[in-house]
Design a protein around this ligand. Sequence first.
Ligand code: NAD
Length: 292
Amino acid sequence: MFNKVAIIGLGLIGGSIARMLKKKHQSVHITAYSRKPENLHNAIKEGIIDEVASNDAIDCNDVDLFIVATPVLTSITIIKSLLDDPRLKSTALVIDAGSVKQSIIDSIVDHKKAHQFVGCHPMAGSEKSGYTFSTHSILADAWVIITPHKKNNNADIAAIEKFWKLLECKIHITDAATHDRMVAGTSHLPHIVSSVLMESVFAFNKENNPSDMLPFIGKGFKDMTRLAGGSPDMWADIVLLNNSNIIAVLEDYIQSLTEVKHSIQQASLHNDRNVLYRYFEEVQNKWNKYHA
Ligand code: NAD
């Protein structure tokens, strides 16, 4: 197991990994690298990390595993600088937590130390960001997608798989392109839909003062717009780097919206409730299948 671990970006995901890792492997030594190390003294007091230092002074000596948990565009720069560092041990591995995988892999696959980087995406998290909201429990029983590239070797993938399993995660291994296409639908589209819903409802009621809407906001609206509270820093990077998959899934989504609107118009024109019933029944059947 990795005994000396460095985490770059001790936010929601980096902090949650640190918490679970300390719980499962007490003797591990964790150094967190941050733009503002002074903000992370709490993490030392809580015993979650052992050391904190500035991002500008990353020390590769002796580190067995680097975990890069910053927004994806920043991760690309950091991963490359770690691989470039002559002090990186030849046995050390670098993993990330980014929500997009292909562009990260493309940025390093021709590097002479590319085999030392293994792409990972824990399917865990929330709309909250920052170390304060980190908790070990978001990782328990969560899927982690590992996306090996052509320079990786089986022993390193197995070591990373073992690492995530220690953190109580379930593993799914696939290529980066499949990962990016899947999450465009299951994660990135929901974030955009949640944001657009927020915008549309306020625009539709623009004659009213936003506070007039409060009595009309129930749990359903809160559930549907929860994701819109996510970090703009993180989401701008994700959408930019997975833009072609997101545009493709958005086109399907817009088509579905148009079809629903058409069904509603037809149902009212012909006073035909069955059209709507059949639509909602079909969707409910899918829902039951995926939530089983
Ligand atoms: P976060 O905002 O909680 O944490 C990001 C951390 O990176 C913070 O500590 C921040 O200070 C640091 N950081 C930001 N910009 C930096 C820079 N330029 N240089 C150095 N450090 C910088 O975000 P998070 O939710 O923990 O997300 C981290 C990564 O995990 C992202 O790549 C994201 O795509 C991925 N991810 C997020 C979720 C989620 O639901 N939040 C889930 C899975 C994966």
